[in-house]
Design a protein around this ligand. Structure first.
Ligand code: HEM
Length: 311
């Protein structure tokens, strides 16, 4: 692992690319689990409560670190730690999100918009004090369309963005010892494409008969592929389905829309000041940001962030 000069984020991207290939781990790449780390770090955001999101890198500490929804992400955090050890100038929150963006690109996907500036919680005590209550914010794969909307609308996404983001299930697999579900969605799960959407529409997905949670399966080219109940909800829901059809027919459109939606996800709750630094605020929220709306620039009348509120 090399040290790169402070502020050289392209250098960090290069370091991430160096560690992606890992023979013997899953399908030979840690890219998918890095994408899931970036998503779970960011997907706790609430646009209403103005807390959660990637700023702080709270998943290093309980209760996020031991949350069942994050099972398996301890491996992603361990894989990426040596890059932080060699480059302690980068925040974990920036590193995790940049690693997810880089992994998508390196696996053949689109370039993801990404900006630095996130700050880390200094300790578990600080995380507890500053984070606010973000329990149970990640989606439950056993549920349906209404639940998906509840979770993603809370973050500020619309139906089209929900379907575009779900395209990430073209990558990686489910692990019986992590989520309980089992198997990959596509035949080549370390290459980003629109296969997931094509397969959703063209295969007959039947309930798997097994001693595990309810999921769907289809055998494709001799490989047992899977879909979660939430994946199947995308073709059963009349508003989600036309987007599945569009993305199955047009990979360039998926790449454009996925890049925009994933870039937006990584930005949730990252409220930078004029110097580009996203300070941490108690309760995770900023009343000015709440009034101005998600993603709005810090208003001119925003008071200086109190030194004691900075970490
Ligand atoms: C309704 C929304 C979603 C649900 C219910 C869901 C559920 C799941 C589940 C159960 C797993 C398997 C975890 C394991 O056993 O290792 C998984 C894996 C994964 N998810 Fe999602 N997910 C959702 C949305 C997303 C989004 C928005 C992204 C990224 C933009 C994403 C990216 C991934 C990736 C890359 C993996 C594979 C991880 C690996 O191979 O280790 N998911 N998801």
């Amino acid at each position: 692992m090399s040290s790169v000069p402070k502020g050289d984020y392209d250098g960090i991207r290069a370091e991430v690319k160096k560690i992606l290939k890992r023979p013997g781990y899953d399908d030979g790449s840690i890219g998918p689990v890095l994408v899931r780390l970036a998503w779970h770090a960011s997907g706790t955001y609430s646009a209403k409560e103005k807390n959660g999101g990637s700023n702080g890198a709270g998943m290093r500490f309980a209760p996020e670190s031991s949350d069942g929804a994050n099972a398996g992400l301890e491996f992603a955090r361990e894989f990426i730690d040596p890059i932080h050890a060699a480059n302690p100038w980068i925040s974990y929150a920036d590193l995790w999100t940049l690693a997810g963006a880089t992994a998508v690109e390196a696996m053949g996907g689109p370039k993801i918009p990404w900006k630095p500036g996130r700050t880390d919680f200094a300790s578990e005590v600080a995380a507890t004090e500053y984070r606010g209550n973000i329990d149970n914010r990640l989606p439950d794969a056993a549920l349906g369309a209404q639940h998906i909307r509840d979770v993603f609308y809370r973050m500020g996404f619309n139906d089209q963005e929900i379907v575009a983001l779900s395209g990430a299930h073209n990558l990686g697999r489910c692990h019986a010892d992590r989520s309980g579900f089992d198997g990959p969605w596509v035949v080549n799960p370390i290459r980003f494409s629109n296969q997931y959407f094509k397969l959703l529409l063209t295969r007959k997905w039947v309930p798997r008969k097994w001693d595990g949670p309810f999921q769907y399966e289809a055998i494709v080219a001799g490989t047992r592929l899977m879909m979660l109940p939430t994946d199947i909800a995308l073709i059963e829901d009349p508003v989600f389905r036309p987007w599945v059809e569009k993305y199955a027919a047009d990979q360039a459109l998926l790449f454009k829309d996925f890049a925009a939606a994933f870039g937006k996800l990584l930005e949730l709750g990252v409220d930078r000041d004029g110097t580009g630094v996203a300070h941490l605020v108690k309760g995770g929220g900023c009343p000015f940001a709440a009034a101005a709306g998600a993603g709005a620039a810090r208003p001119a009348n925003h008071p200086p962030v109190a030194a004691k509120a900075r970490l």
